[in-house]
Design a binder for this molecule. Structure first.
Ligand code: SF4
Length: 418
């Protein structure tokens, strides 16, 4: 099957064997992959368990068993060795690994007659833009696309534009291109670019599109994008107490780390999470450390300006452009939500990540952010975005909606960039 791909050419990537993905993710395997791994004959001599102990059953009814790779006591994949390398890869080569491992950190999403490619920023090499250009990786990406993109992908319906409007693929991609163009501007900081996009998308949300298509739609988008340039000025508005409370609850979800070990903790683990959620809602006293990288510091200590390193502008612009062009924020890639809502949710990852970055800095007794704090925080928050089921839940979506209706999203973006 010949697949026409749109590559995120502003991004570089090669695997640097950090093993991070093998410590964070649950790797689901198909029955065919399970049988293949069983036939590889792993034993204690290889440093792994053998037979069925290589897998854990999860989800689904007894007649539709699903399996994932088992984990070591620290949550790492059962095949990860002490040097941080994959034992399957070392013994049988790249192609012998489960498909989920080979695809990471790429993500493939149908976009009309093409397939657009995005990347997961939970990988530190993606965040740091390390490795070969996407054009260099094109052959490898094409091979992965052949393995993962289903036949008939061209018939996939486009994501809804808003709760009430749907466009066909060419028109929806015109809106996506317009967001990308807003983000690609080089004369204003990312905070202003995000506010501009949010502003004109709110106009899109209120518009009817039954007579707007093709060149007329492009003209309309140009006009409202220009209106956003004139309307959005640097402001000094601060988030309200209610907005801050909703935001803390949302950010707590980004700051969590749900390894297999955490999930196996059952009711004890859930009770711990419930207690942490209550403290995030109150927002007083110390922040409960949700991962080992965080220390308990007062909530209040993160509300002072921590600065914004100049080099983080490039990272943020690249992040949002890769996610937008890769359709990694709406439709099938993001819990089926419409494009406008998906972008509001994506924009909130900026203040959430900056809050987490402040927490990392404060955990090291600093009141100044470094680019490394922001990079690490982005790897933490993007791990969940579009992948943790809670982000697609009614409660999470209602929280994003509430923040949008209250006009809090631009204020949060500004506040946590100071
Ligand atoms: S199978 Fe190999 S690549 Fe996949 S998660 Fe395990 S150690 Fe990592």
């Amino acid at each position: 099957m010949a697949i026409s791909l749109t590559l995120p050419t502003i991004q570089n990537w090669s695997c640097h064997n950090c093993g991070g993905c093998c410590r964070q993710h649950a790797i689901e395997v198909t029955e065919e992959e399970r049988q293949r791994i069983l036939s590889q004959g792993w034993t204690a001599n290889d440093g792994t368990p053998s037979g069925n102990a290589l897998f854990e059953r999860h989800g689904g009814p007894p007649w539709a068993k699903r399996y994932q790779l088992a984990h070591q006591a620290d949550g790492a994949c059962v095949f990860l060795d002490e040097r941080g390398l994959c034992r399957i890869h070392a013994k049988f080569g790249e192609a012998a690994k489960p498909l989920a491992c080979r695809i990471y950190p790429y993500a493939f999403h149908p976009a009309g007659k093409k397939v657009t490619v995005s990347l997961r920023f939970s990988c530190p090499s993606v965040v740091a833009n390390l490795g070969r250009s996407m054009n260099h990786n094109a052959d490898e990406i094409k091979q992965l696309a052949r393995d993962v993109v289903p036949e008939g992908y061209e018939r996939t319906l486009p994501p809804a534009l808003s709760a009430n409007e749907r466009l066909d693929w060419p028109d929806l991609l015109r809106v996506v291109d317009a967001i990308n163009a807003t983000l690609a501007t080089t004369d204003v900081p990312i905070t202003i670019k995000l506010q501009r996009a949010l502003f004109w998308l709110s106009l899109v949300q209120q518009s009817r599109f039954d007579k707007l298509s093709g060149a007329r739609l492009t003209e309309f988008l140009d006009i409202i994008r220009q209106a956003a340039v004139e309307e959005i000025q640097p402001s000094s508005d601060s988030p309200t107490p209610l907005g801050r409370m909703q935001f803390r609850m949302l950010t707590a979800q980004y700051a969590r780390k749900d390894t297999a070990t955490d999930l196996a903790a059952g009711w004890r683990g859930r009770w711990k999470l419930f207690r942490a959620a209550t403290r995030f809602a109150r927002g007083t006293g110390n922040i409960p450390p949700l991962q080992s990288v965080f220390r308990e510091v007062p909530f209040e200590s993160l509300e002072q300006p921590f600065g914004f390193p100049a080099e983080s502008e490039e990272l943020w612009t690249r992040y949002f452009r890769v996610k937008v062009a890769g359709l990694h924020f709406c439709g099938p890639a993001y819990y089926g939500v419409p494009l406008v809502e998906g972008f509001q949710s994506l924009a909130l990852i900026f203040p959430a990540t900056m809050w987490i970055a402040r927490w990392l800095a404060a955990s090291q007794s600093r009141v100044q952010l470094t680019h490394e704090n922001i990079s690490q925080a982005l790897a933490i928050s993007d791990h969940h975005h579009g992948y943790s089921p809670i982000f697609g839940s009614f409660g999470f979506r209602r929280r994003v909606h509430t923040l949008e209706q209250m006009g809090e999203i631009p204020k949060l973006i500004r506040w946590y960039s100071l």
